[in-house]
Design a protein around this ligand. Sequence first.
Ligand code: ADP
Ligand code: MG
Length: 721
Amino acid sequence: MSCCEECRCDRGIDFTKIPVTELYGSNCFSNAVMRERLPRNIYREIVAVQNGEKELSLEVADVVAASMREWAIAKGASHFTHLFQPLTGLTAEKHDSFIAPTGDGRILMEFSGKELIKGEPDASSFPSGGLRATFEARGYTAWDVTSPAFLKTDPTGTTLCIPTAFISYYGQALDKKVPLLKSIDALSKQALRVLRALGNETSKRVLTTVGPEQEYFLVDKEYYDKRPDLMLTGRTVFGVLPAKGQEMEDHYFGAIKERVAAFMRELNVELWKAGIPAKTQHNEVAPNQFEIAPIYLNSSASVDSNQLVMETIRSVARRHGMEGLLHEKPFAGVNGSGKHNNWSMATDDGINLFDPGENPESNARFLLFAAAVVEAVDRYALLIRSSVATSANDHRLGANEAPPAIVSIFFGGPLTEIFDNIVEGKSAGKSSAGGQIKLGVTSLPNLPKDVSDRNRTSPFAFTGNKFEFRMVGSSQSIATPNTYLNVAVAQVLSEFADKLESLPKGGEVSGRNEAVQAIIKESYGRHCKVVFNGNGYTDEWVREAERRGLPNVKNAVDALSVRIRGETSSLFETHKVLTKEEMESRYHIYLEKYSRQINIEAGVSIELARRYIFPASSSYAGALAGEAAALAAIGANNVPQAKRAKKISDILAELYDETAKLEAVLAEAQDIEDAPAQAKAYFEKVRPLMDSVRVKVDSLEKLVAKDFWPLPGYEELLFKL
Ligand code: ADP
Ligand code: MG
């Protein structure tokens, strides 16, 4: 598959003519490719390393690197890069070419095992939150064998991309991948203890599987380029909805426009080539909002793929004269974008631990693991909330749209009833009548697989055989939410395991059953307050949640603070995921990021208000006043032109004052040195004034003639494609 013999790259090829089976994974150095290309013993070694059974040796890495190089070069690659996820939330890459001069004016294409497993990007410009002194700028990237390498082609050429973890010279985590990988190990360890106690002797490892559903907007590039706020902040800081918003709900699952369809086709092709199983695509609720959902993968690979999905949405959109908006709230008045993080736990031998199953053993296991999630989500609600705390996500969570900032779990009627019955000492299953519960013998009623469809408002919904965490923001890396979730569940499972392991060895199965029941009864009884099956968007729920004592943290600054609590650092240290210092450094980095984001938005608001909105509105008022004067000259007095000019002029006076006030509080906030105090000032002082400036600008937009208005409006941005 190549465009010509000479360059061997894939540009210019009409991929729509190539069968998907042939296309799929053609740019991915997947296990299938490794199995085919590597000597059998080396392939086995790599799989053992992937499964955490072995350490990677340099000899093995050398063989893999040689094979990777050959594969990549045959497909036109000239460079390789270690991809990593610094705490900015973006993906970072530094490209190196394969070339090695021979000394006589020619080159060889080289790539060693050492280059594969370790890179040394200059780490000094990435945030470390004080972890790394600037004189020790060295950071290392280390190959993450659980996420496949792939090829990326852009105008710079074709590059072999190697997913890596990023650590400091002293071994501290500088990225989002290291803690994720550690949390997967921690969860695996505790889940295996529980499985062993339940009699499972075969599973060797427990993985988390993740399938993120990515939402995004598309806007025409021509309009995007005329909106400095969109370009600089990812969202519109001003703008009013035209007469039509999303109230007709005619966009959701509607027919896909041709231009968008062409974009989606190319997006799929790009993702398929990289080995990302893009599966579902549809229009979302808001106009020009869409969603793409790949099939789930192991969580490490899923984190990397999702970063690539976001990047590819943007690059393919540009090729189609559009811009992909990943921001959580690009437009006021219509839904924002999130990322549903479908999360489950599976053993290496293929058991989904959240599959209710059909036989009694799997029921007990399912109920126990599901109870662990309920307890984890209740106990660590603040931590889970904190994992999605960004300034952009504040526009969604707790701001009258999906989902609320209160962390609760949706189970649906049948499952809730089963748990309630266990707590009340009734039969677990509907099928058996009353009396003592016997987990090992009752079978569960068939749980409808589509329970989620009946509740779209829950932040954490059980959807048949997985949990769907819906608070994640659309532009966020899913690494942190998954890390926190894994750690929270690992802790609860470790406590369950302690109890189960204290049972007499080789005891009766019935004794084990009773212990399992007792654990579920106690755990669920204490934590069922987090289960809520109703409509999460109502005010009644907010009051009810408060009565239940569930936290409702509406802003990111407060939500982030849980990270510096003693119990948080001891939890993460217990499971060896992040040290206290690493956690605290992250807290500071995220606060700084929060402040910077609002600082840019406020700056853009002032700039636009002063240099775009004010002059344009003033010209229009002047034009109206001129007309009014001309009309007065012919005897028409008190004309509407004069009234309109006066109204605009009055609002302009207010805008003038509000902009000055915003500028003053912004300067004050910029001067604050202490990161938490600064973020608080941005939240409490700067944001409200940005809102008041917006109110003035938006009322002007409704009065000023379209011809005079200097920015494309929501009608162009949201309805034209
Ligand atoms: P729903 O309609 O309930 O949202 P879908 O079948 O459309 O469910 O799946 C949504 C996402 O959940 C997809 O990315 C899918 O691959 C993922 N998913 C399905 N099963 C699992 C699982 N066991 N673990 C993680 N993700 C899963
Ligand atoms: Mg879904």
